[in-house]
Ligand binder design. Structure first.
Ligand SMILES: [Fe+2]
Ligand SMILES: [Fe+2]
Length: 217
């Protein structure tokens, strides 16, 4: 008589349809179109037709780790960036705010995939371990974070000016692994860099509090 292990229960991903991905994509496209920046149409065609941008999560287990989280997060950063400009009374080109905010996390395209992994924190009601569907990182183009977003934006056809490229590159602000570098210190004096980095941080905080209240299964 041999012990025959039971297959582990797989818990499907929870709350994965919270976001209206089509409505968000329309809003994203409308904002980008309004900038009238050279190459915006090519970028939208590529993002909407050849990538997972509309449905990708914003992180694998932190903020907006749900379907459509990346596009939602990008819109949230744009919203906070505009609020911050009003709050501090700073006037920046609106197309630059839109472009840098909406494109800052392009590096997360084709970056996450859903996989059933052993859930080491919970057992089911019978005391058995189980697997839980979750996002895991699978970076097919390991080129960093902000720097990768700059490269992808240009590859997808839109032209970034210097301020926008810096704001996208350094959007992690002081959380950037190379925030001690001279390049970051110089870039941080740029107001668009500061606004986008702070908007990103605010959006992450808001998203953690509002969207990510998990229920146990
Ligand atoms: Fe980011
Ligand atoms: Fe972000």
């Amino acid at each position: 008589m041999y012990y025959k292990p039971k297959p582990l229960v797989v818990v499907p991903m929870e709350d994965n349809d919270k976001i209206d991905t089509e409505a968000n994509w329309k809003e994203f496209a409308k904002l980008l179109r309004a900038t009238n920046r050279e190459g915006y149409d090519q970028l939208l065609q590529t993002l909407g037709g050849k990538t997972d941008f509309k449905t990708a999560p914003a992180s694998h287990k932190h903020h907006l780790a749900i379907k459509g989280g990346l596009c939602q997060h990008s819109l949230n950063v744009n919203k906070y960036a505009l609020h911050l400009c009003t709050l501090v009374g700073i006037s920046l080109p609106s197309d630059s705010i839109t472009i840098a905010s909406l494109l800052h996390d392009l590096c997360k395209i084709h970056f996450y995939k859903i996989k059933a992994e052993l859930d080491k924190e919970h057992k089911d009601k019978t005391g058995d371990w189980r697997k839980r569907e979750m996002y895991v990182v699978e970076d097919k183009f390991p080129m960093g974070h902000g720097e990768k977003s700059v490269i992808l934006a240009q590859q997808y056809g839109i032209k970034l000016n210097i301020d926008e490229a810096l704001a996208v590159r350094w959007h992690m602000g002081f959380s950037s692994p190379d925030s001690q570098s001279m390049a970051f210190k110089q870039a941080w004096s740029n107001p668009l860099v500061q606004i986008v980095a702070m908007a990103d941080q605010l959006a992450v905080t808001y998203e953690d509090n509002v969207f990510m209240k998990k229920k146990d299964v």
